[in-house]
Design a protein around this ligand. Structure first.
Ligand code: ADP
Ligand code: MG
Length: 247
């Protein structure tokens, strides 16, 4: 395919696990500044799709272009460096370190925890940490040990750790699982805020939450795209009601 304005162009992507196609000839485009939500029943292949985009799983065939650059041949760390950040379902923060340190170690120069503990926190790094802490609503908790944060705050911290790398595409897998109603509302606001300068792919089940944040919704089923479009249209689609929303 020729160059496009899409941030992400996934084309004819397939991955087989022992002959079972978890992703089956899937094509998906994400715009600059777009917040795309992917929904679909368990086992639809949503997490596998993110695994493929971030290089954790290798595709059998097909192409994944990020800013017109092929990703399927790159290693995971190269994909991160290219500008794709991905949050997994379980948070992976350093519970014994402060919020500040957690953000500091996530600064690209920080690399490993040990590297970062030695590395000098220059004024520009400090400023970046404060900007990110403000974005994720943890500016008043910078000196708090991360293990003492609420479940929701830990999730936000992990999003902040990804933001330290200024990813152009940020992918979140079920970010509000286990959150309180209030934390869900705050997370919706947070995602809308951080999407201003980047594209995002969010996998989520909570339809009220999806309605609040999605620019466009993609419905996956059996490794394929079942429907795609604005929330209202997708919600009214009989195919979608049949395989997903009706249950
Ligand atoms: P979702 O996130 O939509 O619930 P997944 O992407 O986790 O779905 O899984 C899609 C299908 O692929 C499931 O049937 C799952 O068992 C299978 N699958 C995912 N990863 C692997 C793997 N590494 N090896 C074998 N099967 C897998
Ligand atoms: Mg999943």
């Amino acid at each position: 395919m020729s160059n496009t304005d899409f941030v992400l162009a996934v084309e004819d992507l397939t991955v087989s696990f022992d002959g079972f196609k978890a992703i089956d000839n899937l094509t998906l485009y994400v715009d600059k500044g777009e917040l795309r939500v992917i929904i679909g029943p368990n086992g639809a292949g949503k997490t596998t799709l993110l695994d493929l985009i971030c290089g954790r799983t290798r595709s059998s065939t097909g192409s994944i272009k990020f800013r017109n650059e092929e990703m399927t041949t790159l290693a995971e760390h190269q994909i991160v460096r290219a500008g794709i950040g991905r949050k997994f379902q379980t948070p992976s923060i350093y519970e014994n370190l402060t919020v500040f340190k957690n953000l500091e170690v996530s600064f690209p120069r920080g690399r490993s925890v040990f590297g970062a503990l030695r590395f000098k926190c220059t004024p520009d790094v400090k400023e970046r940490i404060e900007t990110v802490a403000d974005e994720i609503g943890l500016l008043d908790d910078l000196q708090k040990e991360a293990g003492l944060l609420s479940h929701g705050q830990k999730q936000w911290l992990e999003i902040g750790m990804l933001l330290m790398q200024e990813p152009e595409l940020l992918m979140l897998d079920e970010p509000i699982a286990g959150m309180s109603v209030r934390e869900r509302e705050l997370t919706a606001e947070l995602l809308k805020r951080i999407c201003v300068n980047r594209s995002m792919i969010v996998i989520e089940h909570d339809m009220d939450f999806v309605a609040k944040i999605a620019h466009k919704v993609t419905v996956m089923h059996q490794g394929k795209i079942l429907a795609e479009g604005p929330m209202e249209r997708v919600q009214a689609d009989p195919k979608v009601i049949d395989v997903y929303l009706g249950h």
